[in-house]
Design a binder for this molecule. Structure first.
Ligand SMILES: *Cc1c(COP(=O)(O)O)cnc(C)c1O
Length: 398
């Protein structure tokens, strides 16, 4: 009882302006939001407009996204997970079908395959230098049940799209690009997410574009787009905003849909964040170069994609300890004690309990899962912060 009262007391005397929940936990967090007055103004304007659900701000966000990515159709959604789910349905993936997917990804990339009753076939990554799905694995694992490939552009670095597209063409497979890490990233001049049949993006609060929760799904195919639009909103043939505006006064339900919509409040934040994205990307690219310079003499780590010079989002900065003698979790703990927050991207999906029946041996994925450390990366990270992080790391691993 006494401690409870003390806690309430301490809560009360905190200055609310300084009371950022996470601020004091780490000197250098893994990620930091890049918000200023523009996001706040956008929210206020949307509130003042009295229309807060899917409407004109979502339309504007979609139009701007299509322009920036040079794609025909963009649709705002409630999340990247929702986008991936709808993509599979729109492409007709069904019970008993097989979908090839990397295991070194966030679990949602594979979970959605189960949503539609299909089976995820896990593929290994190319190498410790290239953490994206290996086309040779894809080729070996194609069966007469395979319908699609989901690629994931790790940290914003492209999967091997030339080889993957040619395998897909040869075997009549669809390609879905999970581009959650990769807004505006490029592969041979093309924006990631626009190369396959459907591309999906996340605007979760730690992504390059952060709006809280939200996503986008893009395609160049009108039929797929129309299908996605129906799926996003209960299968209804008109949106409530269109009915409100008098452009439509009735609707039909032709197929089963969901509520996977974004609202205008989030979309208005998204527009501001998207307009800042080029700046965000160029700063992250500078930070990445500085990290690489500072770690160039460290021979106990591998820096994936080190020689890749494409235009890339650098959503995260991963390093891999190059031998099993170094204890990853101990090193992370020691970095934590120095006030540096780190993460692991990713615990391999094929090792989760729910995928017990889909388990396969993936030696390179396993090695990365057990030896990868993600270091801080965000717009406001300073070069001095990187000095501190890399000096700390060198001190810890010797
Ligand atoms: C964040 C993320 C997702 C999920 O995005 P949500 O918008 O949170 O649903 C999917 N795939 C990858 C690779 C991600 O990083």
């Amino acid at each position: 009882m006494l401690t409870l009262q003390l806690n309430i007391f301490t809560l009360k005397i905190r200055d609310p302006k300084k009371d950022n929940k996470f601020k004091n936990m780490y000197k250098i967090p893994l990620f930091n939001l890049s918000f200023d007055k523009r996001e706040k103004d956008a929210i206020s304007r949307t509130l003042d407009s009295k229309w807060i659900s899917t409407g004109p701000e979502c339309n504007k966000f979609e139009k701007l996204f299509s322009e920036k990515l040079n794609t025909d159709f963009s649709l705002t959604t409630s999340s990247c997970t929702a986008s991936l789910h709808m993509a599979l349905i729109a492409l007709g993936i069904n019970d008993g079908d097989e979908v090839l997917v990397p295991s070194l990804t966030f679990s949602a990339t594979a979970n959605v395959i189960k949503y539609v009753g299909a089976k995820p076939i896990f593929c290994d990554i190319k190498s410790l230098q290239d953490l994206t799905i290996d086309p040779k694995e894809i080729e070996n694992k194609i069966t007469n049940k395979t319908k699609a490939i989901i690629v994931m552009h790790y940290a914003g670095f492209s999967s091997d799209m030339d080889n993957i597209v040619s395998l897909a063409k040869k075997n009549k497979l669809f390609i879905i690009e999970d581009a959650a890490h990769a807004p505006m990233s490029e592969y041979k001049g093309k924006k990631l997410g626009t190369i396959g049949d459907v591309g999906t993006f996340s605007f979760f609060s730690n992504k390059n574009i952060a709006i809280g929760e939200g996503g986008m799904v893009v395609t160049n195919n009108k039929e797929i787009y129309d299908n996605l639009k129906l799926l996003r909103s209960h299968g209804m043939t008109s949106l409530s905003y269109e009915r409100f505006k008098g452009h439509a006064n009735r609707y039909d339900i032709q197929s089963l849909g969901y509520n996977y919509r974004m609202d205008d409040i989030r979309a208005s934040i998204g527009i501001v964040q998207l307009n800042k994205l080029e700046k965000d990307l160029s700063k992250r690219s500078e930070l990445r170069k500085y990290y690489i310079k500072k770690l160039s003499k460290q021979d106990k780590i591998i820096i994936p994609f080190k020689t890749n010079n494409s235009y890339v989002s650098n959503y995260i900065f991963p390093i891999i300890l190059n031998n099993n003698q170094l204890k990853r979790d101990e090193i992370r703990d020691k970095l934590g004690e120095k006030g540096i927050q780190t993460s692991v991207h990713y615990p391999a999906v094929h090792r989760f309990s729910i995928y017990e029946n889909d388990y396969v041996e993936l030696s390179k994925t396993d090695f990365v899962t057990d030896n990868e450390i993600t270091l801080p990366m965000y717009y406001s990270l300073g070069f001095k912060d990187i000095d501190y992080i890399t000096n700390s790391l060198n001190e810890i691993i010797g």
